[in-house]
Design a protein around this ligand. Structure first.
Ligand SMILES: Cc1cc2nc3c(=O)[nH]c(=O)nc-3n(C[C@H](O)[C@H](O)[C@H](O)COP(=O)(O)OP(=O)(O)OC[C@H]3O[C@@H](n4cnc5c(N)ncnc54)[C@H](O)[C@@H]3O)c2cc1C
Length: 493
């Protein structure tokens, strides 16, 4: 949807060795906003992306800027306490203020609109959770209501509505920030520049990018899934969630957005540009280890959007985000030992706000300034695993579960436009038969952490159920964490 507005051409990629003070890897909302905050900072900065800037998770989001995030505050209270939930709430409100300020100062035309947001449920059993959430919202002095003048639906059992949240077009917003970055004297930007390794040499780091070396004092990983530093560290704290989204032309913009509390999640908003109005509808949002039937999830989302609007969707896409087991993002120094390596990830599908506040936290840390969110969002915080209900399901068992489901779903019939998983010479092989019946053979093992890959019938890709790497039918890596392909003769470690 927003990708159609992504016409910003940088025209430069890393083609030689480079030296810098700060290297930012990944130009989604986090990387671009971090670079923006570093304009005229006195630091020499390099910002790179493996493909076009902000064309990944950020461009595939629904573009809501809200602090009403399903039933988030009680989830944080359940694991931590009210004070932590309050800090999270304040971080989201501050992020909205920052986006508004950036839009105003740079006169960015990104359809930023104030509007009502609701969290609702059609399941009676969810209602006690809403009552609990309302108690926290009251303590936070949030002005909410249990009725909406705009959203009328007989099936709804309960809703929470607030009137002061925002929506925008994230790509147009980031284009606005990037224009200013491009004019700065201290920031160099490179697209089509993939980082594959990082090593430490004395008191600096070297990142291998397009087979060249970028020598840097500090590294900031804003690549959504910062895989290559300590592979075992991040996966245990995170899992991936995938959603299916449609945008359908409608006659009226109702200026309201909503999300359900039930799992799998459903969410909606409207978007207006020039003469067109769209209803954006997202559903079947679920952990990627839970749901392997991409095609039926996709069709279900499309059919429901059709039922609601009476029209065929104009745009259809899927998106994935990094989720954390304790509902808080991972932002800051990667560890006490590696003081000059920073990460920002785990936004739990609320990265428009959390990516914005992450950029503020990261720049405060670089400038040795205090930031009140530093401790609660620290990537090295200890998570209280006893209180995290779904920990085993989300991480430890996802591998085994995906494997079993994959075996059950294995389709042995040899016909066109289908894929199967088999073994050859003791190795797991994935074979896709295209429309003409031509075989495309790849390794079925993700080079990242050795999970078995599932075939995504909608996008015709091999997807990793553990951490979201994706490969095309010929084995080329198209989305991280894996930086390596799965071509049959060259399965890199
Ligand atoms: C379905 C869905 C809907 C969502 N809707 C909303 C919403 O309405 N509101 C909200 O607040 N949040 C929403 N989110 C969450 C939000 O989209 C993400 O949290 C956010 O976009 C993440 O931003 P990012 O900058 O961390 O990552 P990205 O936008 O993914 O940027 C990371 C960049 O790093 C690059 N990269 C990766 N690896 C490398 C490498 N090795 N070398 C160089 N570059 C690399 C990628 O190409 C990419 O451009 C949604 C998420 C999903 C899944």
């Amino acid at each position: 949807m927003w990708q159609k507005d992504n016409d910003f051409i940088i025209g430069k990629e890393v083609k030689e060795d480079i030296e810098t003070e700060i290297l930012i890897i990944g130009a989604g909302i986090t990387g671009v906003t971090t670079a923006y905050n570093l304009i005229d900072s006195g630091f020499d900065v390099v910002l790179i992306d493996r493909e076009k800037f902000f064309n990944e998770t950020t461009a595939k989001s629904t573009g809501k800027l809200t602090y009403l995030q399903d039933l988030k505050y009680q989830e944080i209270c359940n694991i931590y306490d009210y004070e932590t939930a309050k800090l999270y709430y304040e971080s989201q409100k501050e992020a909205i203020r920052l986006v508004k300020k950036n839009v105003k100062e740079n006169k960015i035309d990104c359809s930023l609109e104030k509007e009502e947001a609701i969290t609702f449920t059609t399941d009676e059993k969810e209602v006690p959770k809403f009552i609990k959430e309302e108690k926290i919202l009251e303590k936070l002095e949030v002005n909410y209501s249990n009725v909406s003048d705009t959203f009328k639906n007989n099936g709804v059992k309960h809703l929470i509505s607030v009137k002061n949240t925002y929506v925008f077009n994230p790509v147009k917003y980031l284009k606005g920030l990037l224009k200013k970055i491009k004019k700065s004297n201290n920031i160099r930007i490179f697209e089509n520049s993939i980082a594959t390794k990082i090593r430490k040499d004395d008191d600096y780091y070297v990142a291998i990018v397009n087979d060249f070396e970028i020598k840097t004092k500090k590294i900031i990983l804003t690549c959504n899934y910062p895989f290559f530093i300590i592979p075992g560290f991040i996966p245990l704290k995170t899992y991936m969630e995938k959603s299916y989204i449609t945008a359908t032309k409608v006659d009226k913009n109702k200026k309201i957005n909503g999300i359900t509390s039930n799992y799998p999640t459903t969410s909606f908003r409207f978007y207006e540009e020039k003469d067109s109005k769209f209803f954006i509808y997202l559903s079947n949002s679920s952990k990627i280890c839970d749901k392997l039937n991409f095609e039926s999830n996709y069709n279900d989302t499309i059919n429901t959007a059709k039922k609601i609007t009476g029209k065929k969707p104009t745009y259809k896409w899927t998106n994935m985000d990094v989720m954390t087991n304790d509902f808080l993002p991972l932002i800051g120094r990667i560890s006490d030992e590696e003081k000059d390596v920073f990460i920002a990830t785990g936004y739990n599908t609320w990265g428009m706000t959390t990516g914005t506040i992450a950029a503020k936290i990261l720049v405060d840390l670089l400038k040795h300034k205090k930031n009140k969110y530093e401790k609660v969002f620290s990537p090295s915080r200890s998570m209280n695993l006893k209180k995290i209900k779904n920990f085993a399901v989300n991480t430890l068992s996802s591998n085994a579960k995906a494997y079993v489901l994959n075996l059950i779903k294995k389709n042995p019939s040899w016909y066109k436009n289908k894929a199967l998983v088999t073994k050859e010479d003791g190795k797991r092989i994935g074979i896709y038969f295209d429309e003409e019946g031509k075989k495309h053979k790849v390794s079925n093992i993700c080079p990242h952490l050795k999970c078995f890959l599932n075939f995504n019938e909608v996008d015709k890709t091999w997807d990793c159920p553990c951490h979201g790497s994706r490969f095309d039918v010929d084995g080329n890596a198209i989305k991280g964490p894996s930086q390596y392909n799965i071509k049959i003769d060259e399965t890199n470690e």
